[in-house]
Design a protein around this ligand. Structure first.
Ligand SMILES: Nc1ncnc2c1ncn2[C@@H]1O[C@H](COP(=O)(O)OP(=O)(O)OP(=O)(O)O)[C@@H](O)[C@H]1O
Length: 327
């Protein structure tokens, strides 16, 4: 099972520019979480802080007993092996074919024999649906294939935490849907903790167990998907309905005069809460589902009414675990 990531009071600045402050959240073990936020709100900086590549001034990132912000570098390097990272462009070496690109972390970080490396690499290539393309150079394949190759490379060291930075960027809607399905299938197969940074509303609405949103240097909220998807918060509503009227402007936030000129934000219809994406047939249920259900039902009384109603609608017809309340 994946490992929990606990973020406590994280604050990051570059010089005088504060990126975000006092961010606290827990990525539950083995669950899929999504981080939303307008461009430039520091989502990539957040991912880099989780793996200790950037050092926030305050706060902690606890992974398996290691603080990725402040523990000795040797411990951080060791803990980093628990992570698999998928960057926007796949971050592949242009002169290496896909096989060698995907084998790279194994050759770099392990002493495995070539025969063992071949077995692992071909298995991961199969998981991401790239069998037959292993001899191609990154420049000879599509953007979607490059992303899947990047994902295969992120998987070779058996990560327990997978971070994906805008996996949908540059993909058409069909390929984005394939990729969402691939990530959910992967979660079913390896039960890793996953955090996906995205602007994509379809991914946000269908894929995660949990969602958060960064805005104006703060974490607006982080919690079960139903909380954000039913939120009345103007900034969340505007983002999820892709409306130009509201607090978010071209440069992240609008000034008071612009907002006043626009008049009150429309109380436009929220996106309908659609059922969560299911694993492909034959894969069975995600192990995270039962854990999440128990966790969310326990926290139910502390959630906003609209989220409680949405959660009841999801779980209501099933038997209630001891200690959880659905009344
Ligand atoms: N190493 C760095 N040094 C100085 N400033 C940086 C550095 N890395 C990021 N920034 C700044 O931090 C801010 C947040 O950047 P980041 O890339 O995390 O945003 P984002 O939310 O991922 O944006 P997008 O959705 O457009 O990818 C930006 O203003 C960026 O210029």
């Amino acid at each position: 099972m994946g490992i929990e990531v606990k973020v406590e009071g994280l604050t990051k600045s570059f010089g005088k520019q504060q990126i975000w402050q006092d961010v606290s959240l827990t990525l539950p073990a083995g669950e899929v979480s999504v981080m939303l936020g307008p461009s430039g709100t520091g989502k990539t900086v957040f991912l880099k802080s989780l793996i200790g590549l950037l050092k926030p001034e305050h706060g902690r990132v606890l992974v398996d007993g290691v603080d990725m912000a402040r523990s000795p570098e040797r411990d951080i390097m060791e803990a980093r092996k628990l992570f698999g990272l998928m960057f926007q462009d796949g971050a592949l070496f242009g002169s290496m074919n896909l096989f060698d690109n995907i084998a790279f972390p194994l050759r770099e970080h392990t002493k495995k024999k070539e025969s063992e490396i071949r077995r692992i690499v071909m298995e991961r290539i199969d998981v991401v649906g790239l069998l037959g393309a292993e001899g191609k150079l990154p420049g000879e394949i599509s953007g979607g294939m490059r992303k899947r190759a990047g994902l295969a490379r992120a998987l070779v060291l058996d990560p327990q935490i997978i971070l994906c930075d805008e996996p949908d960027s540059g993909l058409d809607p069909v390929r984005t849907a394939f990729l969402s399905q691939l990530l959910i299938d992967l979660n079913t197969q390896i039960d890793a903790t996953m955090l996906v940074v995205t602007h994509n509303l379809d991914i946000a609405a269908t894929m995660p167990d949990n969602m958060g949103m960064l805005y104006r240097r703060n974490l607006v909220t982080f919690g079960p998907r139903e909380v954000l998807l039913t939120s009345e918060e103007p900034v969340v509503r505007q983002f999820l309905t892709a409306d130009v009227v509201g607090p978010i402007g071209m440069s992240e936030e609008k000034d008071a005069a612009t907002l006043a000129a626009e008049g009150p934000a429309k109380s436009g219809a929220a996106r309908e809460l659609v059922p969560q994406l299911q694993p492909s047939p034959g894969l069975g249920e995600r192990a995270a589902v039962a854990r999440r259900r128990e966790r969310v039902l326990k926290m139910l009384p502390s959630l906003p009414e609209t989220a409680q109603a949405a959660i009841r609608a999801t779980y209501g017809s099933e038997p209630v675990e001891q200690g959880a309340t659905l009344s």
